[in-house]
Every structure is written in structure tokens, then in C-alpha cells.
Ligand binder design. Structure first.
Ligand SMILES: Nc1ncnc2c1ncn2[C@@H]1O[C@H](COP(=O)(O)OP(=O)(O)O)[C@@H](O)[C@H]1O
Ligand SMILES: CC(C)(COP(=O)(O)O)[C@@H](O)C(=O)O
Length: 280
């Protein structure tokens, strides 16, 4: 029987952020706030002569993930990797970071690399920053909660609160993170829109995020239509950063979002990436 390791990492919806440029990827990242969510990525790995990645979502399989291939090469290992997720990729659910954290957690155990969880996160963060697929998602998804990141990278001070009520989200499509992070103009608008405080609770998080989204200039017309429907019913809502999607909180949110697509009911995650099993 082939030795196999399986791990899971929660995703993360960023509500507002500001890029922080440091000397090297370790000190580069973002400050901001988001919600670590119960949905994420499950990764199954087994040793192989060459690395290959299969990405499975709703019965659809695609091949390759430059991000994961890079991270495994840096570790000097080769594995057959299968990632599985329910949420859409590239839609602002932090799945690139979750895929990295889940895969590296599994690989660490599969090959007995002896990396600490901090070292696993450092390598995932480096891959994210270099590929421009995220800035703060790895730091957030190392643990659970509604997070407020006060510095860049995985060693920064982060506060976490754990509300029990769910968050609801719909996706209207992808918004490649790299396209926004590579635009100097977008980065300037984003920096100017940043609300300089942490959220008190989930509704406060939604409101602070909405103020940021409005000022950032990132709201596409189809996202605007969903936000207007939420406003009409007084449902606090904002845009998933960075994706063409909306998250909303409160009892009425599910019904208001449902005409616009599949509504995901998301719990605030209680913990970060973890190993599920190693066999045999
Ligand atoms: N579940 C996954 N499995 C493997 N690679 C993934 C996964 N999710 C994202 N990625 C990688 O990250 C890239 C998308 O990054 P990004 O736009 O930041 O997505 P997200 O908003 O979901 O984090 C994909 O092209 C892919 O290379
Ligand atoms: C907003 C983003 C830069 C990207 O998030 P995603 O598109 O989910 O990968 C995030 O990493 C952050 O720093 O807050």
C-alpha cells in the first residue's frame, strides 16, 4: 500500500487589507481583517518520482498548480498531490493559501520532514507572496476566528475573535488576485481606503469591509447589484477580497443572496490547518 497523508486547511475571506512591502517575502504581506472559514481545501499526497497536482472541485478535475509545484520543489520533495474544495477557486476565499497550507502540512508528515507549524506557514507564505496569489491569507489561516492582522507575515501580531453566528457568501466569478496586486493604481486606492481599526464583531466586520470596498474602487457592476439588494433589506454585506463575490451576515442574508447564485453558509473556523491522517 502506498503511504498517503491527508490534511485540511480552512480558507479565509479578506474584508479589507493594505499591502505592506518589506525586505523579502518574509517581511512582505498585508495588514487587515478577515474571517477564517469552515470551508477550505483538503489535500492528499503520496510520494512520486515527479510532482503532479490534480485540483478537484465538484467532480471537475484540472491539472497543475504552479504555486504548489514551487513549494514542493523548494522542499526538495516530489509528490502526487490531489486538492479538493467545494468553494470556487480565485473568488476571494483564500484557497491558494489553504491549498498550500494543507499540502505542506501533509507533505511534512508524509516525508517526516520535522518542520514546525511555523516553518510550514513560512514556506506557504513565501510561495503566496512570490506568486502574487495572496498577502495575508496564510497568516490568517494558521488558526481560526475573525482575524485582525496588525503587521505583515506570519510573525505579526494577530487578534482573533470567535463569533458563533454564520457568514453567508455568493460568488459571481473569479478575480485573479495577481492582476490587482500588480496594479500600482489599485494598490494606491486600496491603501487610501484602509480603515485603521479592528472589527468588534461580525456585523462590525461587514460594515468596515463595506466602507473599504466602496473607497477601493474594486466593486464591479454585478457585485454592486448584490450589495444593493443587501442594502435594501438592511443586511450588512461587502465584497470578497479579492473575488467577484459578496459576503453578508445576519439572519436575512441567506434569502437576500439566493437569487444571485449558490449561497454558501460559512462558520467561523475554530482552528487552522491540521493533519487528518497518515496511512499506512
Ligand atoms: N484548491 C487549489 N488547489 C491547488 N491550487 C490552487 C487551489 N486554489 C488556488 N490555487 C492556486 O492559486 C491560484 C489562484 O489564486 P487566487 O486568485 O489567489 O485564488 P483564491 O482567491 O482562491 O486564493 C490558482 O491559479 C492555483 O494555482
Ligand atoms: C486580499 C488578499 C490580498 C488576496 O486574497 P485572495 O484573493 O483570497 O487570495 C489577501 O491575501 C489579503 O492580504 O488580505
Amino acid at each position: 500500500m502506498v503511504r498517503t497523508a491527508v490534511a485540511f486547511s480552512p480558507g479565509h475571506i479578506s474584508g479589507y487589507f493594505r499591502r505592506v512591502e518589506g525586505a523579502g517575502p518574509e517581511k512582505t504581506g498585508s495588514v487587515g481583517a478577515g474571517v477564517v472559514i469552515s470551508e477550505g481545501v483538503r489535500s492528499t499526497v503520496e510520494p512520486a518520482r515527479e510532482t503532479s497536482v490534480r485540483v478537484v472541485r465538484q467532480g471537475h478535475v484540472s491539472a497543475g498548480s504552479p504555486l504548489i509545484e514551487y513549494a514542493l520543489e523548494r522542499l526538495g520533495v516530489a509528490a502526487r498531490v490531489t486538492t479538493e474544495c467545494r468553494l470556487p477557486i480565485g473568488a476571494g476565499f483564500g484557497l491558494s493559501a489553504a491549498a498550500l497550507l494543507a499540502t505542506l502540512t501533509a507533505v511534512n508528515h508524509l516525508f517526516d520532514l520535522g518542520l514546525s507549524t511555523e516553518e510550514v506557514a513560512a514556506r506557504a507564505h513565501e510561495a503566496e507572496v512570490l506568486h502574487r496569489t495572496g498577502l495575508g491569507d496564510v497568516a490568517a489561516s494558521r488558526s481560526g476566528g475573525v482575524v485582525c492582522r496588525k503587521g505583515p507575515g506570519i510573525h505579526a501580531e494577530i487578534t482573533r475573535i470567535y463569533p458563533r453566528e454564520p457568514l453567508y457568501a455568493v460568488s459571481l466569478g473569479a478575480l485573479p488576485t495577481a492582476s490587482v496586486l500588480s496594479s500600482a493604481e489599485a494598490m494606491e486606492r486600496i491603501a487610501a481606503a484602509f480603515p485603521d481599526r479592528c472589527p468588534r464583531d461580525l456585523p462590525d466586520f461587514c460594515r468596515l469591509s463595506r466602507g473599504f470596498a466602496e473607497k477601493s474602487g474594486l466593486i464591479a457592476p454585478e457585485v454592486r447589484r448584490v450589495l444593493e439588494a443587501c442594502d435594501a433589506e438592511r443586511v450588512p454585506a461587502s465584497m470578497t477580497m479579492l473575488g467577484n463575490g459578496v459576503f453578508a451576515c445576519g439572519g436575512a442574508a441567506e434569502q437576500v443572496l439566493s437569487p444571485f447564485g449558490e449561497v454558501y453558509t460559512l462558520r467561523v473556523a475554530r482552528r487552522g490547518a491540521y493533519l487528518i491522517e497518515v496511512k499506512p
